[in-house]
Design a protein around this ligand. Structure first.
Ligand SMILES: Nc1ncnc2c1ncn2[C@@H]1O[C@H](COP(=O)(O)OP(=O)(O)O)[C@@H](O)[C@H]1O
Ligand SMILES: [Mg+2]
Length: 329
């Protein structure tokens, strides 16, 4: 599959005006966001963009009110005012300030794993079998429907927070108790035994294109918080697959991204069943990490797009937001 992107549309950094790089915030992913944000800020500035850092949404509102913001590069991670759940996007929309990445719909839908799966299933896109766990539901009964082993996770968290793998009935109650610590609903999913992959999607001209997949090979049993942010021995292979399988995962990931109403850029998490080779979509991340460990920059590099150019392209995509029907710049 060809992965040649059209040349960037703009060459003059002045077209972007004053760019607030929105980072930090109050979510549990604050530190990761600050790390991402500093990298984005430095990249934009070195390309001559008039970019400055803003920590959190209240400070952004102040800066917009003061008339110092022409557009926002959003690199907040997480929900609950974390900037990834549609609230920021609605605020910016209402104030008439363009923001990078998905709009209100794509952001808020993607933050809700249950509802994202409902959309995918309605379109015939593959995602692990699941049940929604209402508070007080009979989890043992639900587990008989899904079958062991299974996964229990909060519907609206990130970074593998609150996610448990359950191999026997005895582990069910503890897993539910862990997921229930987080606000919102929970889901129980069929555990896909196999490879963990992720596919970045980036705007390209009037549409979007999937970047080469990345196969994540954690040293431990699975890709938990530690493997994501702490361990140095997680391996990342890019492209993660070859031939028809690589074409297929990119096709499914792009379809999943578009089905969720996402735009600009993002990253789709996918599992591949070891026995059958079948793919299963897990979730879309609408403001993925941009740290030195992060995956979107790795995938972009594979097609010759360096970190600075990646930031430029994300900003450029925010000029007219292809795909979400929300053109406004
Ligand atoms: N159905 C599943 N089968 C196998 N592993 C899963 C499944 N769901 C989640 N996982 C594991 O848990 C991790 C986190 O799950 P994910 O749905 O991507 O949520 P988040 O990254 O938002 O915490 C995944 O990266 C994967 O390692
Ligand atoms: Mg994930």
């Amino acid at each position: 599959m060809s992965a040649t992107f059209a040349a960037p549309r703009f060459t003059d950094p002045a077209v972007f005006g004053r760019v607030a790089v929105l980072m930090g915030g109050t979510s549990s992913e604050r530190e990761v966001s600050l790390d991402s944000g500093r990298n984005v800020l430095e990249a934009l500035q070195s390309r001559g963009v008039d970019a400055f850092a803003v920590d959190g949404i209240p400070a952004l509102v102040d800066a917009i009110r003061a008339g110092t913001v022409d557009r926002v590069f959003n690199i907040l991670h997480g929900n609950k005012g974390g900037g990834e759940d549609g609230v920021l996007q609605g605020l910016c929309e209402a104030l008439g300030v363009p923001v990078t990445g998905s709009g209100v719909l794509g952001s808020s839908l993607s933050m809700d794993k249950i509802r994202t799966k409902q959309v995918w299933l309605s379109l015939g896109l593959p995602t692990p079998r699941y049940v929604r766990l209402a508070k007080g539901a009979d989890v043992h009964d639900a587990a008989r429907g899904i079958g062991l082993p299974l996964i229990i996770k909060p519907s609206c968290e990130g970074s593998s927070v609150g996610v448990s793998r359950v191999h026997d009935e005895a582990g069910l109650d503890e897993a539910v108790a862990l997921a229930a610590r987080y606000p919102g609903e929970m889901l129980m999913e069929q555990l896909v035994v196999g490879d963990e992959l992720t596919v970045a999607v980036l705007a390209d001209g009037a549409g979007h294109r999937a970047l080469p997949s990345i196969r994540i090979v954690p040293k431990g049993e699975w890709y938990d918080y530690n493997a994501k942010y702490v361990a140095e021995d997680t391996q990342y292979l890019c492209p993660g697959l070859d031939g028809a399988a690589e074409d297929e995962i990119r096709r499914i990931a792009l379809a999943a991204f578009e089905a969720a109403g996402c735009s600009g850029w993002g990253r789709v998490d996918v599992m591949r069943d070891r026995a059958t080779g079948d793919f299963f979509l897990l979730e879309v991340n609408t403001a993925p990490g941009m740290t030195s460990h992060s995956l979107v920059p790795k995938a972009a590099r594979e097609v010759g797009i360096g970190f600075e150019e990646l930031c430029w392209r994300v900003l450029e995509a925010g000029m007219d937001r292809p795909g979400d029907g929300g053109a406004r710049a």
